[in-house]
Design a protein around this ligand. Structure first.
Ligand code: HAS
Ligand code: CU
Length: 551
């Protein structure tokens, strides 16, 4: 296909990416408002009594925050972005564009269906919706539709890939397409857990067709999905760090085979890890908890590959721009480019989030931090920064690329990224600290001060409040830039950044062949989960009625 026809043909993918991004940004916009309320509460300023009947409780607010920011913002952005990247990277439009649009409509309908009970305070079950807390059936059906819609989007991408493969026999899949497809396959495999949980247990139970549920088995199925979910969020950011940012920095991909290996390893290792969220659950045998602990440490490895390789790629760029010295080159990175800056700062905080992850993963040390405020400290460095600040950085080039309009205010965008970075460092430092002091997560800390609070608690919690308030201001700066760019009349031609490889060696066949990796993935999942799930089914206790403790 000639370049001109290809770019005209990508009109559908551009529209898809734009619509997905729009919903994602609106979800983020609403979600961070609830986040602000929680941060203020942690600082001792409890606004919830004044917000009724719009927000009935801390738990409603926390659920809306988690669902909108962790689930909706990410899933919508990722689905649109990966569809677009796959088409561009294969230089082939979606072969079934109507399938992608159907997917989008299913996801959006699901979102509306889940939003209604959330806003009515009927589904304040937090974003993990652990039974026996119970929401109305249509809440779960809505969530299911969001997931099914994202599956359909994936099928449309796979169909396009297969059509491309037929026309390109023996050609290695371009890295960006491969990375997008691996992410989508990982998602399809890992969401089988949540699908089984909702379809076989939660839906019939919330519809009243069965009287009770087994909370332990539902948690296990939830975390079967819940852990790899974090790599579904992370890998689109990695794809940008590996293959887009080096171009923005004026450099090249340090090693393309290594980048491919990292993505295959994530596919292989992401799923059989969920028990690291259940170290204290009584129904899981210790041997399996230990196995998942070991596997969690092994998935640390592809992230270390990423850290070294991405930094090396950026260094090639900085040295090409005249950078010198062991660390002096860092100054020559394009810090005036908001897209680059946001992502580079996201990486730096992710290093801390990753180290925290190792602490969480350590079977015995996990007991110190489990269910404390440390955990939201960790998740804001990872999904709240590595992922969210990177997606913001991507949107700083993607929105101009999709709309043909110049980014409204580049300086504001650079300032926004720095403000997010500094505020998040303060915010999450506060949460980690107070968590170590024993403060529980998912709890109104302002109330706890009167009962257990020490001055140390108050100070750490105040950091969270102050950091969270500035994070909110940073988010507003981001939204203003998105909105004003969309409304702007100033045209600009911004291309998708795609970095070349530093060495153009042929891709080894084993890094381009799905079969061994898929077989390995299934085998590991069967070993990591099979016996425990079979045992839980044999000993199933469908006895617990539903509860609505937030009422
Ligand atoms: Fe996690 C809990 C373990 C990564 C998200 N995690 C959570 C929860 C969330 C979450 C949402 O083992 C809470 C769930 C809930 O509500 O209960 N996590 C890990 C480990 C990793 C990890 C070992 N988590 C993530 C990522 C997330 C995420 C990624 C979202 C996107 N996590 C846990 C455990 C728990 C947990 C337990 C349960 C805790 C409990 O008890 O409840 C690892 O994958 C991390 C590896 C990452 C690295 C960092 C690599 C650094 C890079 C950047 C380098 C660049 C630099 C600077 C240094 C090793 C790639 C660049 C320089 C320039 C000049 C630009
Ligand atoms: Cu996990």
């Amino acid at each position: 296909m000639s370049a001109a026809t290809a770019s005209a043909a990508f009109a559908t993918e551009k529209k898809l990416a734009l619509w997905h991004s729009l919903i994602a940004i609106v979800a983020l916009f609403l979600g961070v408002l609830y986040g602000l309320l929680q941060a203020l509460e942690h600082a001792g300023l409890n606004l919830y009594p004044y917000l009724q009947p719009f927000i009935m409780s801390y738990y409603q607010s926390l659920t809306l925050h988690g669902v909108l920011n962790a689930l909706v913002w990410t899933t919508f952005f990722i689905t649109g972005f990966l569809t677009f990247v796959t088409a561009k990277s294969l230089d082939k439009p979606m072969v079934y564009p109507k399938l992608s649009w159907t997917a989008f409509i299913v996801m959006t309908l699901g979102l509306v269906m889940a939003a209604i009970p959330l806003l009515l305070d009927l589904a304040s079950v937090l974003y993990t919706f652990y039974p026996p807390m119970q929401a109305p059936w249509y809440y779960y059906l809505g969530l299911t539709l969001v997931v099914v819609g994202s599956w359909i989007s994936g099928w449309s991408m796979f169909a396009t890939f297969l059509a491309w493969k037929k026309q390109n026999k023996g050609v290695a899949t371009p890295f960006l397409a491969l990375a997008s497809l691996i992410t989508m396959v990982l998602w399809q495999i890992c969401t089988l857990g949540i699908a089984a949980e909702i379809l076989t247990m939660i839906l019939p139970w919330s519809l009243g067709l069965i009287a009770g549920i087994d909370p332990q088995l539902s948690r296990t199925l939830f975390w079967f999905t819940g852990h790899p979910l974090v790599y579904f969020w992370l890998l689109p950011a990695y794809l940008s760090w590996y293959a887009m940012m080096p171009k923005q920095a004026g450099g090249k991909m340090f090693s393309e085979p290594l980048a491919r290996l990292a993505f295959w390893l994530f596919l292989l290792l992401s799923t059989p890890l969920g028990f690291h969220h259940q170290y204290v659950d009584p129904g899981v045998p210790p041997a399996w908890k230990f196995l998942h602990a070991i596997l969690t440490f092994s998935v640390f490895f592809p992230s270390m590959l990423t850290a070294f390789s991405v930094v090396a790629s950026l260094e090639t760029g900085a040295r090409a721009r005249g950078g010198k010295g062991w660390f002096g080159w860092i100054l020559k990175l394009p810090w005036d480019d908001p897209s680059f800056t946001a992502q580079a700062l996201a990486m730096i905080l992710f290093a801390f989030g990753g180290v925290g992850g190792l602490i969480n993963a350590s079977y015995n040390i996990n007991l110190v931090i489990h269910n404390t405020a440390w955990v939201p400290g960790h998740l804001h460095l990872t999904v709240g920064t590595a992922v969210t600040l990177t997606f913001m950085g991507i949107l700083y080039w993607l929105l101009p690329h999709l709309t043909g309009k110049a980014l409204w205010n580049r300086k504001l965008a650079v300032a926004q990224a720095w403000l997010w970075f500094v505020s998040m460092a303060i915010f999450s430092r506060g949460l980690h600290w107070i968590g170590l002091l024993g403060a529980p997560r998912r709890t109104m800390l302002g109330v706890a001060f009167d009962n257990y609070g020490t001055s140390e608690w108050r100070f750490a919690s105040l950091m969270t409040g102050v950091g969270g308030t500035f994070l909110y201001i940073s988010a507003l700066m981001f939204f203003a830039n998105m909105l004003m760019t969309a409304l702007s009349k100033q045209e600009a031609k911004v291309e998708m950044p795609v970095a070349e490889a530093l060495h153009t060696e042929a891709v080894p066949a084993w890094l381009n062949n799905w079969q061994p990796w898929l077989i390995g993935t299934v085998v590991l999942v069967v070993i990591g989960y099979g016996p425990v799930i079979v045992d839980s089914i044999i000993n199933i206790q469908m006895t617990s009625p539903g509860f609505t403790p937030w009422k």
